[in-house]
Design a protein around this ligand. Structure first.
Ligand code: SF4
Length: 84
């Protein structure tokens, strides 16, 4: 995981998932879609969940696409952006 100015990134299920914690407003749409992958910390800002791999690629992309403020970015193995 990398952390540069509020951005955290992880490889999950062959995808790169990037969280921009400064953009997150904590509505939880991503968590509704993939509660294994995302959670809110004590400040109400999204973090990676307990078992992010378990949801599989399709649901992971859906969860990131659900974010109303585009705080979640997903790239495939070739660096193509799948969401938002
Ligand atoms: S959907 Fe976006 S704004 Fe809402 S908790 Fe997830 S990352 Fe934050």
């Amino acid at each position: 995981m990398t952390d540069a100015g509020g951005v955290v990134e992880r490889r999950i299920a062959g995808l790169t998932v990037r969280i921009d914690r400064l953009l997150c407003v904590g509505f939880g749409d991503c968590i509704d879609e993939a509660p294994e992958s995302f959670a809110l910390d004590e400040d109400g800002v999204v973090v990676f969940g307990a078992d992010p791999e378990s949801v599989g690629q399709e649901r992971l992309v859906r969860a990131c696409a659900a974010c109303p403020v585009d705080a979640l970015t997903v790239l495939d193995g070739d660096g193509r952006q799948l969401a938002p």
